[in-house]
Design a protein around this ligand. Structure first.
Ligand SMILES: [Zn+2]
Length: 138
């Protein structure tokens, strides 16, 4: 998928801060990094502003989302085109890190879901809005 197509699909909106920005200020972010086998298909790509992409740095998506409540909320509200398997992997990682309300129910609840939209909706309702587990560290 081309950059311009990706930005158009996402309405030039960053999935992490939720702000609509000029294409010049946007970047392509891989849900699963290329070095870990992630491809360039639409289901592995999201629009991220340069600021958020820099903030994310070399962290995995789950690590970044675990540390940033606002990015977490926005991501699950906006990342409706991400492949279900990537969303499940992120959900399981967040559940392990204790940043969802009911980890077991979350993982069980999304197991049978096929659409990204459905999985993202469950995640959206389950993620904590604050960093209550921050003290547990990495
Ligand atoms: Zn952003």
């Amino acid at each position: 998928m081309k950059r311009s197509e990706l930005f158009a699909r996402d309405g030039n909106r960053c999935v992490y801060c939720g702000l609509v920005q000029e294409p010049d200020a946007l970047s392509v972010d891989h849900v699963q990094p290329r070095m870990r086998g992630g491809d360039g298909s639409g289901g592995n790509l999201v629009t991220a502003c340069r600021g958020c992409n820099t903030k994310k740095g070399g962290r995995s998506l789950a690590t970044f989302l675990a540390a940033e409540p606002e990015a977490r909320r926005n991501f699950f509200a906006l990342a409706r085109y991400v492949w279900p398997r990537h969303l499940r992997a992120v959900a399981e990682e967040l559940a392990r890190r204790g940043v969802v309300v009911a980890p077991t129910e979350l993982v069980e609840g999304i197991r049978g879901l096929r659409s990204s939209e459905a999985i993202a909706s469950v995640l959206q309702s389950q993620v904590r809005s604050t960093n209550s587990s921050e003290s547990e560290g990495e």
